[in-house]
Design a protein around this ligand. Structure first.
Ligand code: URA
Length: 408
């Protein structure tokens, strides 16, 4: 077996065996296979896809690169959620504290930003001193005591996905159904939860572009769940416009805190839906009963207090988190009605401001981002401020940046 014949086989659209996938991916992990060879194989997978069998096998190879956490010592049903990636999607930081404050434990392994989409690990790392690299002992301890824990992959947990994920981000190979499925499902299986909800985002600002792909992804994720004896539920939600009005790491943490304190925006609606499904499944109650618990947790500030406890338990110092950036504005050039906010263009603009990165030499600026000041449907006057931009870079706004906002 050799890597060139494996790349060529996939370039011809043929199915790779377990042994071939193992040879290529484990070889890359051990650094026997070069980054450029793996990038080439990943691109062949993006173009020609993989079968369900190949995707199941790759998931298994990812899982076996690290440990699998056994959470049975906790003695309770454990839940988890994951988004396939979007713009302004901060649901994890809202859902985790809600669910935990309602007495359901959530154990989560998150990732960094991928392409233009944000990553929960970057958002957590934007909180001064927040520790995303927990040992297994700390992970279990926080799950037991706080009820919500969120960690990055360490050398323990799916380290192979971490390495491949980084290369995908730097090689334009993010948007592939089998690669997304195996990346997410390996983390979900290895971190040990019993009930896993996957929020499949579809639209121009998501990694998944069509409803057809989202349905296929949902089917495959459920099938993988069955093979590992996990209950997998999926929801499919729109990502043609950003989920929240804040895009960028610290801005999104602040937005999550406002929702936990009771602000009723679209981020709240999606978080309510996800939290209600997870609680109803974990407690075996109806979704309506679970929704009542969620509302009570927010109204009583139980969920907000749980967020603060979660941050403290992972050493974060939320009171020290400050947005330090220069401010610029996007103003409307015409009168009319705001009919759309293009998620893809907003994601690209956030990247340009420094909120994400496209290669390993760049550093994320946690203060960078965008605050949207108008909602779809709002009446707009010429010169109205549509968005505030936060950046420490010297940037020149192009027509493309301004065309994030569709005004008719
Ligand atoms: N989230 C992940 O963890 N992996 C992907 O490939 C996409 C989103």
């Amino acid at each position: 077996m050799n890597i060139l014949s494996i790349i060529e086989k996939k370039a011809l659209g043929k199915e790779l065996s377990y042994e071939e996938l193992e040879y290529a991916f484990n070889g890359f992990y051990k650094e026997d296979i070069e980054d450029y060879q793996m990038s080439s194989l990943l691109m062949a997978i993006v173009i020609n896809g993989m079968t369900l069998e190949e995707t199941i096998n790759l998931t298994d190879i990812f899982i076996k690169s690290g440990k699998v956490y056994d959470l049975s010592s906790i003695g309770e049903v454990i839940v988890d959620k994951h988004s396939t990636g979007g713009i302004g999607d901060t649901t994890t930081l809202v859902v985790g504290p809600i669910v935990a404050s309602c007495g359901v434990k959530m154990a989560k392994i998150s990732g960094k930003g991928l392409g233009i989409t944000g990553g929960t690990i970057d958002k957590l790392e934007s909180i001064p001193k927040f520790n995303v690299y927990l040992t297994k002992r700390q992970f279990l301890e926080n799950l037991k005591t706080v009820g919500f824990v969120d960690s990055s992959q360490t050398l323990d947990l799916v380290p192979l996905d971490k390495k491949v994920y980084n290369l995908r981000n730097n090689s334009g190979t993010t948007s592939s159904i089998p690669l997304i499925v195996s990346s997410i499902m390996s983390k979900k299986i290895a971190s040990g939860a019993d009930i896993i909800l996957i929020d499949i985002k579809v639209g121009n600002g998501a990694l998944v572009k069509t409803k057809k792909d989202a349905n296929l992804m949902s089917e495959w994720m459920k099938e993988i769940g069955k093979r590992y004896n996990k209950k997998v539920v999926t929801i499919i939600s729109d990502m043609n416009k950003p989920l929240s009005n804040c895009i960028g790491n610290r801005l999104e943490v602040e937005e999550a805190m406002r929702v936990l304190k009771g602000e009723k925006c679209e981020l709240f609606v999606t978080s309510l839906e996800i939290a209600s499904i997870l609680i109803s499944l974990a407690k075996n109650i109806t979704k309506e009963e679970a929704t009542k618990e969620v509302i009570e947790a927010i109204d009583s500030k139980k969920a907000y207090k749980k967020f603060l406890e979660f941050v403290r338990a992972q050493n974060g110092e939320i009171s020290k988190m400050k947005i330090k950036a220069n401010v610029k504005y996007i103003r409307s050039e015409e009168d009319g009605i705001l009919v759309g906010i293009n998620a893809k263009k907003i994601g690209e603009l956030a990247l340009k401001l420094g909120a994400g990165k496209t290669n390993d030499r760049e550093k994320i600026d946690y203060s960078a981002g965008i605050k949207l000041l108008k909602n779809v449907g709002d009446k707009i006057n010429k010169n109205d401020i549509l968005a505030t931009l936060y950046t420490n870079k010297t940037i020149k706004l192009s027509n493309d940046d301004i065309s994030c906002f569709e005004i008719e």
